[in-house]
Design a protein around this ligand. Sequence first.
Ligand SMILES: Cc1cc2nc3c(=O)[nH]c(=O)nc-3n(C[C@H](O)[C@H](O)[C@H](O)COP(=O)(O)OP(=O)(O)OC[C@H]3O[C@@H](n4cnc5c(N)ncnc54)[C@H](O)[C@@H]3O)c2cc1C
Length: 616
Amino acid sequence: MSDSVEVKVPDIGDFKDVPIIEVLVKVGDTVQAEDSLITLESDKATMDVPSPVSGVVTELKVKVGDKVAEGSVVAMISAAAADAPAKVPAGTQSAGTTAVPVASAPIPLSPSPSPAEGRGQATTAPATATFAGKVDLECEMLVLGAGPGGYSAAFRAADLGMKTLIVERYATLGGVCMNVGCIPSKALLHVAAVIDEAHHMAETGIGFAAPVVDIDKLRMHKEKVIGKLTGGLTGMAKARKVEVVRGYGHFLDAWHLEVETMTGDAQEKTGERKVVRFQKCIIAAGSAAVHLPFIPRDPRIVDSTGALELRFVPKKMLVIGGGIIGLEMATVYSTLGARVDVVEMLDGLMQGPDRDLVKVWEKQNAKRFDKVMLKTKTVAVEAREDGLWVRFEGEQAPADAQCYDMILQSAGRVPNGRKIGADKAGVVVNERGFIPVDSQMRTNVPHIQAIGDIVGQPMLAHKAVHEAHVAAEAAAGQKSHFDATVIPGVAYTHPEVAWVGVGEDEAKQAGRKVSSAKFPWAASGRAIANGAEYGFTKLVFDDSDGNGAHRVIGGSIVGPNAGDMIGEVALAIEMGADAVDIGKTIHPHPTLGETIGMAAEVAHGSCTDLPPMRRK
Ligand SMILES: Cc1cc2nc3c(=O)[nH]c(=O)nc-3n(C[C@H](O)[C@H](O)[C@H](O)COP(=O)(O)OP(=O)(O)OC[C@H]3O[C@@H](n4cnc5c(N)ncnc54)[C@H](O)[C@@H]3O)c2cc1C
């Protein structure tokens, strides 16, 4: 029998006539109780209307642009119709019994606020396997991978009372971010920034001798930084009674994971296998660097992990890929003394931020590079004793092969979705290796969630941590959803480039009406004092009615500490702030951060730190 349920807008406070900005389902979709059906946006908040029951959407009473208030009927759900296909018994097996095969029908996947590639791409689920063998360990929550996503999910799950177990192949927790990513790169970038700054001090009358680089000591410093953080994680796992099983995990079915256990500093297999039965699972297996097929194996050719090992400082280095990771490593190596060329297939370096920020970055970094070859491809590499000989093709390709002492391949990262036996668990992995998830980070198999790099772009640690908390809380029965409006991006180069939300370039391309306000750091006392007057802060506002600055929807900063400041703009966007809200917030003086307030003042015409603005 089918119960037809009217879904009404719940109590949304004093808001009336709130526009619908997104309809997340269509007629015929199967939804779970608490899945979001529509998104409303008032001038101060974005709210989702959840389904009160599991079922099938039989009628939609609203569309994007309609205005609703508390009690408005938005959809009809047939409650009983959905019960049969999607129900999965969670955590009901006892030791030694056969696992119940999970439903193979994908659950509906709601779109992401970010360009997360994994989200929203439901494909037919693979048929699940069934494991009936011996079980060695049992847990309520299994987390596969101990990167920022994995350890955060495991710790949150344990804090919420779940018996939690992490499977991680490496000897230390922390994943790419702490061991071979964010943290070691920032430890080296800090050293590079100090060297660069000391060099610039000559202009102020303070001269330092040329730096003496002791690469072994620098490597030890970087290892010490990593050790402090990963050691801290081990302690925190113990304090929470989170069990860590060292080894390579792959699914046997939707309730069991086999671990090939490992030992030593690298990935030495012990030959032993352990089977873990779980009631719930969060996949946080991350991503790996892309290796271009035509590039030979040679110790002088490295990916970001190899570059961070700091084995030697080359005289001449080629960076393949002008993205953030490549440019951060280029900054480190060039400051340590390498001459660097960069080759990039696209028409610009550092895709993501508006081009006006990248222009400032390029000007400040012009001396760092011998050649920046845009719209150019590396087509062949020959590893000879006298060097790595590289041929290029494209608009800025040199006619002859070029010789390098080191090549950094930083042509992107691929998710590890195809390496964990996800098909045996019935979990959908899309053609690019990402695992599609809904806003509670659930895969098509409801008791298995996925987070971090493996679910889509942007591949960033702070996104992984945020998703981790949502996943653990949802698994514990809380109503957490991934509903962040924006995810900031930062290049920790010199100068730093940080951006969040809608960019001016992107808005122009999409034909979206925006206005922008820029505060040049040439008018900031602190920036001038710090020798950073080349920077600027820009805010982007919604201008859909053509009346100028309304809600802030984006922002970007180029200059030292831009990454530390962009969080304020992200908060302003999330809170629905407008130019007056930001401009009237008192920022401390003299700081670089006050340039955000001043950019907002530029937007509403009240800035007194710039020449008078033309009256409108
Ligand atoms: C050089 C570099 C610099 C970066 N800098 C920044 C930065 O400044 N800011 C930022 O936000 N992001 C940065 N990133 C990206 C960031 O590191 C990732 O987005 C983040 O680590 C993703 O977290 P995750 O938990 O999804 O996966 P990961 O950190 O990749 O962790 C996945 C873990 O799963 C383990 N694993 C995988 N498969 C298995 C298996 N089958 N069995 C057992 N264990 C398995 C892996 O060993 C790994 O420890 C950087 C990345 C690189 C490479």
